[in-house]
Structures are given as structure tokens and as C-alpha cells.
Design a protein around this ligand. Structure first.
Ligand SMILES: [Zn+2]
Length: 344
């Protein structure tokens, strides 16, 4: 499924017209809506308890070309397409807002969602076929890893968070559940003790850049700098925890990002199950998403920034285990022989 490619066709254009004109800024790109959008100084926003309007972030180029560039972007079997579709249709000005977004997706009936998803998917397939093909020589991304052993990986981006992450650590420890945290350098800088606590408790730490830019828009040097700064902070905070994986911000990547990340020793990790936790989805919705979507080799995307993410995590662990799944870190999953390529 590649249905969020169509966002530019159905959602972004009206949104661009309204939002871009009103605010005098370019609009968001599709892949950027795949996760929260910390601002240049993310700490003031990520950790602010005060809800406030969140201006559109910094993208500057049209959505479609960037989307076509994403030949191996995450293939969520969950709901980002209709959510994005809704946001575009509704003219919401909070597409970028992790904590402040007010998605309307949950107001739709399941039937509506299914219809919308299907039509978007149809169009996206046509868009995809018109796009350029992915280089076969560049390192590829990993969005799932089928081993035949029903392994599943919980992943959390953008932390550490001063209150949510410690609670999540306690929860995961109490359930003896491994997980992978893609840390943001600026957050590690602000909360090094929590980063240390993650590593000390055996959780995998990954690289999610220093300041959460869209890496595809940076020079090679700037990409390296973002990843290196994050890595240095993680290494310093954790006392040298290995960093084997990186997750590109917004899921946005191209040949340059993949090549540089690979040169720096990282495997590039996306996801195949997206909880959309940053869209203020309810715990019940996110639990349903995970339980209906997780399959052998799934990599589940969440953000350790929300109480609902904590609740969702608490709710799915036992149930997934009851269904025969084993939790592993991403790197543990990748150590297993893969029996099939990434689901596309
Ligand atoms: Zn992120």
C-alpha cells in the first residue's frame, strides 16, 4: 500500500492553498505528516504542557516530487492515509502539530475510512507507477523483517521525554519487554540521565538526528553533522551504548540519506505499523490499530511523548504475547535470518 502518496493530490493541494496563503509559508509534505514535528527548538514545544497553535514547519518544496523520491517509505497498513486525507480536507492548520493536532479521522466511520483508503490507494498506485525507480545500489530501508518466528518490535521516537519516558521504562521493565528508542539529540542533551536509564535497562537506542530536520533537504555535510551530533550525545549520556540503527525524521529519505547513514554504520529503520499517536488518537484506537495490523516482523511506530502511548503500550503487550508474538529490539530482530523481503 502506498496510499499516502495521494495526499498531495487530495489533501495537500487544498490545504496548501488555504494554509500557505494565509500563513505565507509553504505547506507540509506528505512524509512529514508521518510523525510529530518538533520545531527548531523542539524542547520548548515538545515538553510544553501548554497547548498552543502550532505553525507549519519548514518545508519548502512541493509535496509530490518528494513523495516520488520516497520509493521505499514506510508501508503502514494502518491509518495515516485517511488521517492525512481528513486533515487536508478539513483545512486544519495543525497538520504539523504533534500535541496540538486535532485530527478528525476518529469521527469518521470505519466504512468511510475504508472507502477513502481504497480510493487513495488506487490513485497512489498510479502516482507510484509514474515515479522514478529506486536505486538498487543504495542501502535500503527496513520497515519490517519477517523471520517466521512472530517477532515484533516496539519503537518510540523523539525522546527522551522527562515524564513519559521514565514511566515507559518502568512499564516495559515490569512486563519484561524490550523496545527500541530513536532518540533526538536535543532531547538527549536536555535529559541525559533518562537516556542513560534507557541504555542501562537494556533498551536499544537509535539515532533520530540532533534537531529533527528533514534530512533529505540537507547537504551531505549537514546530514552527517545531524547524525553525528545525536550519536555523540547518546554515547556521552549512555556511556557508550551501541547505536546500530537510525530512523530518518518524518520517514523521509533518499539515496543520499541512506548512503550517508549506511556509511556511518546505521541500518535505516522505518515501520510498518503506525499508531499515529501524535494525532491525539485514543488509546482504544491505537490498540485496535496495533492488534489488527501487527504481524510477524512488524516494527511498530510510537512516540514516547503521550499518555495515550503509555496506555496503548500497556494494553497491547499482554495481548500480543497471548497471540504468540515475542518482543525484541529492532537490532535483535535484524539478527534473525529474514525469510522474506520487506513487505511493500
Ligand atoms: Zn521524529
Amino acid at each position: 500500500m502506498t496510499s499516502h502518496r495521494s495526499i498531495s493530490l487530495f489533501g495537500i493541494i487544498p490545504f496548501l492553498l488555504i494554509h500557505g496563503l494565509l500563513l505565507g509559508q509553504p505547506t507540509v509534505q506528505a512524509e512529514q505528516t508521518a510523525e510529530p514535528q518538533p520545531k527548531r527548538n523542539p524542547l520548548s514545544r515538545i515538553f510544553s504542557k501548554k497547548a498552543r497553535p502550532s505553525p507549519t514547519p519548514t518545508p519548502t518544496s512541493p509535496a509530490a516530487p518528494i513523495e516520488l523520491e520516497q520509493a521505499s517509505k514506510p508501508q503502514s497498513r494502518t491509518s495515516p492515509p485517511q488521517s492525512l486525507y481528513n486533515l487536508g480536507r478539513s483545512g486544519s492548520s495543525t497538520v504539523s502539530a504533534g500535541e496540538n493536532a486535532a485530527p478528525t479521522a476518529h469521527r469518521r466511520t470505519q466504512q468511510q475510512r475504508t472507502r477513502a483508503t481504497k480510493s487513495i490507494a488506487d490513485v497512489s498506485d498510479r502516482v507510484k507507477s509514474a515515479g522514478k525507480s529506486e536505486s538498487t545500489t543504495a542501502p535500503q530501508t527496513i520497515s519490517s523483517w519477517l523471520t517466521g518466528r512472530k517477532l515484533v518490535a516496539l519503537t518510540y521516537d523523539d525522546g527522551p521525554h522527562p515524564t513519559i519516558t521514565p514511566k515507559l521504562i518502568e512499564l516495559l521493565k515490569s512486563k519484561n519487554t524490550p523496545a527500541t528508542f530513536f532518540l533526538l539529540g536535543q532531547s538527549v542533551k536536555a535529559y541525559p540521565a533518562i537516556a542513560h536509564q534507557l541504555a542501562e535497562n537494556g533498551f536499544e537506542v537509535g539515532n533520530h538526528s540532533f534537531s529533527h530536520p528533514q534530512l533529505t533537504k540537507l547537504s551531505d555535510e549537514a546530514i552527517r553533522r545531524e547524525l553525528a551530533q545525536c550519536a555523540e550525545l547518546i554515547t556521552s549520556a549512555t556511556g557508550g551504548a551501541p547505536i546500530r540503527v537510525m530512523r530518518p525524521t518524518y520517514g523521509a529519505h533518499n539515496e543520499r540519506v541512506r548512503r550517508i547513514a549506511n556509511e556511518m554504520g546505521y541500518k535505516i529503520i522505518l515501520w510498518d505499523v503506525d499508531t499515529n499517536d501524535w494525532r491525539k488518537r485514543t488509546t482504544d484506537q491505537m490498540v485496535a490499530t496495533i492488534l489488527s495490523s501487527a504481524t510477524d516482523g512488524s516494527i511498530i511506530l510510537m512516540h514516547d511523548r503521550y499518555a495515550t502511548t503509555l496506555e496503548t503500550t500497556a494494553a497491547v503487550i499482554d495481548e500480543l504475547r497471548a497471540r504468540g508474538f515475542t518482543f525484541v529490539t529492532v537490532s535483535e530482530m535484524l539478527e534473525q535470518p529474514r525469510v522474506a523481503p520487506n513487505r511493500k
